[in-house]
Design a protein around this ligand. Structure first.
Ligand code: AMP
Length: 317
């Protein structure tokens, strides 16, 4: 007689196999369908079966994950008594999109849902600037002007961060990679552990919409909570006679602490940031597209609608 957890393990095994197969045959809800080679399908099904079987055997909950597109066969050691996360390919998601497209808004929700951390190179660099560390001193002026910090610096930061234990089952990259050189460096880092990027969520918003989003943005530095004078004002916001918000009234809803505007959230810096995005960052999509892992999201709509498309592309709806 199975215990209820054991029988739920059985159901998980079935669900996992069924959904894995459905996805392997190219049912992708968020955009172009993903056609996998029969070998990849076999690996996906085998991977799910082994992991689900092991979860059933150990009576542990499976983390909800979509199938990764790289071969993870060598990483899977069936029958191992080690925690199966060691052998399940990491869920590595890139949140891709121009500044103001909603990466910082939806990233934390994904983080909570998937149980893997969101890694924002922008946040890490801002923390370095605040701490006046050598990296921060080098990055400060470039960032304020809306330019790109050197590949060497950001690759170094990411390499160190993804080696932390909380990244063991995967992570969500926000703002990285931003150049082809960074994408190559990421591939190499992941390949060292037999991994690869599992999904790229491409948030699309027309450039003309971004200026209003960026220039009205206020941030609670400590938590990263984001507000907007028009779309999501803090409760305390007061306006001067010219219609602009009074800076001293801009406070975080939860802590009452002052909000700030990023030095690079200006119309002038945005022009440079968008130029960099189109010329250096967008070409990265061509790097991942052949694997069928790029999912297009229309991020120029309400937050609920965008979130629903994100869920679709992660196979959660
Ligand atoms: P973000 O918060 O992602 O908009 O990043 C803020 C700024 O940090 C960018 O405008 C760049 O100056 C710098 N930055 C963040 N991530 C990267 C990266 N991957 N490569 C180069 N510069 C970066």
């Amino acid at each position: 007689m199975f215990s209820s957890r054991a029988s739920s393990g059985c159901q998980m095994l079935r669900r996992s196999l069924i959904s894995t197969r459905a996805r392997s045959y190219g049912s992708s809800s968020g955009g172009a369908s993903t056609k996998l080679h029969p070998n990849q399908m076999a690996v996906g099904v085998t991977t799910a079966a082994i992991a689900a079987g092991y979860a059933y055997y150990k009576q542990i909950e499976l983390p909800t994950m979509d199938v990764v597109s790289c071969s993870a066969k060598d990483e899977i050691k069936s029958g191992s008594r080690e925690f199966f996360g060691e052998y399940w390919p990491r869920n590595i998601i890139i949140l891709f999109g121009p500044p103001g497209s909603g990466k910082g808004t939806h990233g934390p929700n994904m983080e909570e849902m998937l149980g893997i951390p969101q890694l924002s190179t922008g946040d890490m660099l801002r923390a370095a600037v605040t701490a006046k560390s050598p990296v921060g001193m080098k990055a400060k002026a470039v960032m304020a002007a809306g330019g790109l910090v050197s590949d060497e610096i950001v690759v170094g930061i990411i390499k160190e961060r993804i080696a932390q234990p909380d990244c063991k089952l995967g992570f969500i990259l926000d703002g990285f990679p931003r150049t082809l050189a960074q994408a190559d460096a990421l591939n190499k880092m992941l390949a060292e552990d037999g991994g690869c990027v599992s999904k790229v969520l491409e948030l699309n918003v027309p450039d003309e919409v971004l200026e209003e989003r960026i220039c009205g943005r206020w941030i609670h530095k400590k938590s990263g909570r984001s507000y907007h004078v028009k779309f999501a004002p803090p409760k305390t916001m007061e306006k001067a006679s010219d219609g602009n918000p009074i800076a001293s009234s801009m406070k975080d809803d939860l802590t009452g602490e002052p909000l700030m505007q990023r030095p690079d959230d200006t119309a002038a810096a945005l022009i440079k940031r968008l130029n960099g995005y189109h010329s250096e960052t967008v070409p990265i999509l061509g790097h991942y597209a052949p694997n069928g892992i790029v999912k297009k999201i229309n991020a120029n709509q309400g937050m609920k609608e965008v979130w629903s498309q994100i869920l679709d592309s992660l196979g959660k709806n």
